[in-house]
Design a protein around this ligand. Structure first.
Ligand code: TRP
Length: 455
């Protein structure tokens, strides 16, 4: 494969591209990260804040990534080297490094979902105390084994290429995921006592967002909501640049962004409609807030356990199957960024590029498979901070140095929003993002400090 944009691979159909981008966006971020962040940060008010940031920042930044990708038809490093007045390839390398780190721990969590699936099918999940089970499987040899398995599956799909591997698999995986989630949401609705869960999830309590002393807003919630917006939409590390670089026709990028981001919100919302009613119906409120990463992996199996029997095992299998499918389509996009960069930079074959990057990421993930502290640190740094830094620099690039970004967006556009988009990308989002990056930085270093100090 050559780095020449003329013989670059491309999507077969528009729907294939849209499904692949939804697949990238919908992942553990929707089903695992979103509900626990919502639970930690006061329920519905967090959801509102997240929606606000989605429209203010998420959608315009996604459009920006699509514009770069389609205009240059190159992977992020080459794209950022060539599309503007200055060579911004270092930003492309930051993207690749971020993707590298994210996939390394993402794959470990995805490996847990595989273990839960396998053990649900064998009836094991409903036999053990979920806390003990989680402690036993989340780190150590088993965790490494399933991390390996996940990386192997992901690499095989990426290796098969854009059309044959990615497009064909997401076309089947996404509809399956939506059907499974809808089925589980329907089931959760009929559980006695689920009502309280809906009210926590859907009734905002704005007081959690503000505080009476400086800086008057709850910094952690704001930083988390911003980080979540980037993480869940797969922004800030070039995944959407890469996917858009395989577009061969000029379609309406704004329409596509709206379809992708709103589908992503709907699926996260649906995940909340499963998780919160279950928590309320099975009295698992005590589980929330004890730990962050493990909430879903410990609380939800408790519900399936109290149902018990074949039905409990089946529901557990379906739930973790959803998580696995969602994680797979996201893992594919993370690996594709690294793979396509290697192909473009070194002019090597897709097979060499994907297996090399898969193997390196696998190795980098081993510490996360052995230690949960490492995993959550990597998530805070790469999954929160680096994505926001990447997003901030990307808006500066597109707003201030890229050639003809507006003209590229105008191609195929039915909704006349170019002026609005440019104003947002140039003036508003960089300022907001700069503050958010500082907040995230403060939040992380403050968190580390308070962990280090004796209580
Ligand atoms: N968006 C995915 C999720 O919500 C994760 C993901 C895939 C991602 N590709 C990404 C996050 C690129 C950041 C950047 O689980």
């Amino acid at each position: 494969m050559s780095s020449n944009s003329e013989n670059r691979e491309s999507w077969n159909t528009r729907l294939g591209f849209i499904f692949a981008a939804i697949g990238s966006a919908v992942g553990l971020g929707n089903i695992w990260r979103f509900p626990y962040m919502t639970a930690e940060s006061g329920g519905a008010s967090f959801v509102l804040l997240y929606l606000f940031l989605l429209f203010l920042i998420g959608i315009p930044v996604m459009i920006a990534e699509f514009v770069i990708g389609r205009k240059t038809r190159r992977s992020p490093v080459k794209a950022l080297a060539s599309a503007g007045r200055y060579d911004w390839s270092p930003l492309g390398f930051l993207f690749v490094a971020t993707g590298f780190i994210i996939l390394s721990y993402y794959s470990v969590i995805a490996g847990w979902t595989l273990q839960y699936m396998v053990d649900s099918a064998g009836g094991i999940i409903t036999d053990y105390d979920p806390g003990t089970y989680f402690d036993a499987i989340s780190t150590g040899k088993r965790s490494i084994f399933y991390h390996t398995l996940f990386m192997v599956i992901t690499t095989c799909i990426v290796l098969a290429g854009v059309k044959r591997g990615i497009e064909n698999s997401v076309k089947f995986l996404i509809p399956t995921l939506v059907l499974l989630l809808a089925g589980l949401g329907f089931w959760a609705f009929f559980q006695p006592g689920s009502g309280e869960g809906y009210s926590f999830y859907l009734k905002p309590d704005l007081s959690t967002l503000f505080s009476s002393s400086f800086p008057y807003v709850n910094v952690q919630i704001l930083a988390d909501a911003a980080g979540q917006t980037f993480f869940t939409l797969s922004l800030g590390m070039g995944a959407m640049i890469t996917y858009a670089s395989y577009l061969s026709r000029d379609e309406d990028l704004v329409e596509e962004t709206l379809i992708i981001s709103l589908s992503n919100v709907c699926i996260a919302f649906l995940a909340g409609l499963i998780v919160f009613p279950i928590i309320a119906a099975f009295n698992l409120q005590g589980e929330i807030g004890q730990s962050t990463i493990s909430t879903l992996f410990i609380a939800i199996p408790k519900a399936f356990q109290s149902i018990g029997g074949a039905w409990g095992s089946f529901l557990s299998f379906a739930f973790f199957g959803c998580l696995f499918l969602a994680a797979l389509t996201s893992g594919i996009s993370l690996l594709e960024v690294v793979t396509s960069t290697l192909i473009d930079q070194f002019d090597i074959s897709r097979i060499t590029a994907s297996t090399t990057s898969g193997a390196l990421i696998f190795i980098l993930g081993i510490p996360a498979a052995l230690n949960l502290g490492w995993l959550s640190l990597a998530d805070q740094i790469a999954g929160n901070l680096l994505l926001m830094v990447g997003g901030f620099l990307l808006t500066l690039y597109v707003g201030w140095t890229m050639y003809e970004a507006g003209r590229e967006l105008r191609k195929g556009l039915n909704i006349p929003v170019v002026g609005l988009w440019i104003a947002l990308i140039r003036y508003i989002i960089p300022v907001v993002m700069f503050c958010l990056v500082l907040l995230a930085f403060w939040d992380i270093s403050y968190g580390m400090l308070s962990d280090a100090l004796p209580k």
